[in-house]
Ligand binder design. Structure first.
Ligand code: B12
Length: 223
């Protein structure tokens, strides 16, 4: 009963903060793969995954590369995600448990381009979607138009299950990728990475972003 009450209370706050998705992953099997030390990760059995849905209207302004309004939108979403993980962490700590909020977009290893945990893998385990051809998590309702953040915790919580689905016949992302990084069943991360570095120079965007494979992946039941 505690696990359900805790889940519902945190879900309510997450919705009030503007999140479109909330779910909980059991991370006992996965936590050893995280970049944070095992001494830290072994204390946490669960990870909460929250997701913010991007503005369709802002994505509509993208043609073949990132622009300034998408860049600002990206930054503000990261701030909102991080504020929401902090608020949820406060609630968890007030209940006498531990919370380890993971920032939406912090890179720990710059050479290998790695964050401390994979928000995608946590979101997948929390039932938010499947890995798409575009290498992003695809949610049935919102497609890839969601950014995620996570909180590791030992608070007793109900857990969600991964969705068993895939992109099926949809190939909308393959032909539009400016880096030609998306194949039928493979994703060329190096090509994607190089193109995003190029955009930093040519588009005067302060971060490695693109948005094109997000724009064309709106989900099946999107409004
Ligand atoms: C560094 C980084 C990058 C690097 C690439 C690094 C990399 N190694 O992938 C660069 C700069 C190139 C990049 C680009 C982009 N990124 Co980025 N990036 C990150 C960041 C900060 C860390 C990634 C990381 O640590 N990866 C480490 C590995 C271990 O984890 P992973 O990448 O998720 O991959 C694992 C699993 O997902 C799984 N997996 C992945 N694909 C598949 C496929 C199958 C079939 C299976 C079984 C498993 C599987 O296996 C992988 C290894 O364990 C994350 C935030 C985070 N902490 O997760 C965001 C993040 C992954 N990026 C994101 C986005 C949106 C983008 C961009 C679209 C940019 C933009 N915002 O416009 C592009 C497009 C990339 C693309 N199409 O894949 C989102 C993804 C959201 C989503 N809906 O999926 C994240 C989660 C940020 C967020 N807070 O939402 N990114």
């Amino acid at each position: 009963m505690d696990a359900k009450n805790n889940y519902d209370a945190l879900n309510d706050v997450s919705i009030k903060e503007g999140m479109a998705l909330f779910g909980v992953a059991d991370i006992k099997e996965t936590r050893s793969k995280f970049l944070i030390s095992p001494e830290v990760s072994s204390k946490f059995d669960y990870a909460i995954s929250i997701g913010y849905r991007l503005s369709k209207s802002i994505l509509d302004t993208l043609t073949d590369s990132p622009n300034q309004i998408y860049y600002f939108h990206y930054q503000r979403i990261n701030v909102l995600l991080d504020q929401t993980t902090l608020k949820l962490s406060t609630l968890i700590q007030n209940k006498g448990f531990n919370a380890f909020p993971i920032p939406a977009s912090q890179v720990i290893d710059w050479e290998k381009q790695l964050g401390s945990v994979s928000h995608r893998e946590i979101a997948r385990l929390a039932g938010h979607g499947w890995y798409g051809r575009n290498n992003l998590l695809v949610n049935p309702k919102y497609g890839s138009q969601v950014r995620y953040a996570s909180i590791l915790t030992n608070l007793p919580l109900l857990t969600d299950n991964p969705i068993k689905d895939n992109c099926k016949e949809c190939r909308a992302c393959i032909s539009v990728c400016p880096a030609n990084a998306i194949g039928e069943n493979d994703f060329n991360l190096e090509a994607c990475h190089l193109k995003l570095k190029e955009f930093i120079k040519t588009k005067k965007i302060g971060q490695m972003i693109c948005g094109i494979c997000i724009k064309v992946c709106p989900g099946k039941k999107n409004l």
